[in-house]
Design a binder for this molecule. Structure first.
Ligand SMILES: Nc1nc2c(ncn2[C@@H]2O[C@H](COP(=O)(O)OP(=O)(O)OP(=O)(O)O)[C@@H](O)[C@H]2O)c(=O)[nH]1
Ligand SMILES: [Zn+2]
Length: 231
């Protein structure tokens, strides 16, 4: 469906390191959704304080790949580090920004830190996850740092069924940037010869996980039984 607010410029995509676990598959699903609505995404990593150091290092490495393809990443060591919060706030000027991400990822909590004086209800992790309910029910707009921000309801999962295969392909910006170099116009970057995307993948210039998720989303769209991989 459409985002709950119209004319959205950008989204802070709240992504938890744990509770719920970091998932590149879910991240890519959100990014595909946002790309489809022409919403610029920034990724904010929460619950770094609850994460084992080794796991956090791995997540940071994964997220560095997203920075490279144009998605700013905020991953504070200490949750709500004022320096990082100031960087996020600076990105709000002259824009309408939504806060989105999985239920329980920490949208309301982060927004409370970003908008002083705001007092959004936050849910205990157990409630948000086990009962699958949304604590954030309505969308309100808050003026902040020369822009507007909205707290949108969380999604526990995202369907992609409103998208065509061509649209899906075009929602991976790093693929779209290389597509002019593919031999065939309209290349799907799957089995076509002389595909610039597959060449970049082989060279390690495209994230394998993004490519794998692309193939998985294609299968889902084709109505085939998806192959879920635990990563
Ligand atoms: N330890 C820790 N807890 C956090 C952090 N961010 C959020 N939480 C906790 O995670 C739980 C869920 O946070 P919320 O802000 O309610 O999550 P939400 O994304 O707004 O959830 P919905 O409204 O259900 O979509 C709350 O108990 C928060 O206190 C963090 O960085 N560290
Ligand atoms: Zn191609």
């Amino acid at each position: 469906g459409a985002p709950p607010v119209a004319n959205v410029d950008q989204a802070v995509l709240i992504t938890s390191a744990v509770e719920p676990d970091f998932s590149k598959n879910l991240l890519d699903r959100f990014l595909v959704y946002l790309e489809g609505h022409d919403i610029h995404a920034e990724i904010y990593l929460t619950k770094t304080d609850l994460t084992k150091p080794q796991r956090l290092t791995k997540i940071r490495q994964d997220l560095a790949g997203y920075t490279k393809i144009g998605y700013p990443v905020f991953a504070p060591d200490k949750p709500f580090d004022p320096t990082i919060l100031a960087q996020v706030q600076a990105s709000f000027a002259d824009k309408l920004t939504i806060f989105t991400g999985q239920t329980g990822a920490g949208k309301s909590t982060l927004l409370n830190h970003l908008v002083p004086g705001l007092d959004l209800a936050t849910a205990a992790i157990s409630h948000a996850l086990n009962r699958g309910r949304h604590t954030t029910r309505t969308t309100d707009l808050y003026p902040i740092h020369g822009g507007l921000v909205a707290d949108t309801p969380g999604f526990s999962s995202l369907g992609l069924l409103d998208v065509t295969l061509d649209d899906l392909r075009d929602r991976f910006p790093e693929f779209a940037a290389l597509a002019p170099n593919c031999k065939f116009r309209g290349c799907q970057h799957v089995s076509e010869p002389h595909c610039a995307v597959k060449a970049a993948l082989a060279a390690g210039d495209i994230m394998q996980s993004r490519y794998d998720n692309y193939l998985q989303f294609r299968e889902e769209l084709s109505g085939k039984r998806p192959v879920y991989k635990k990563k």
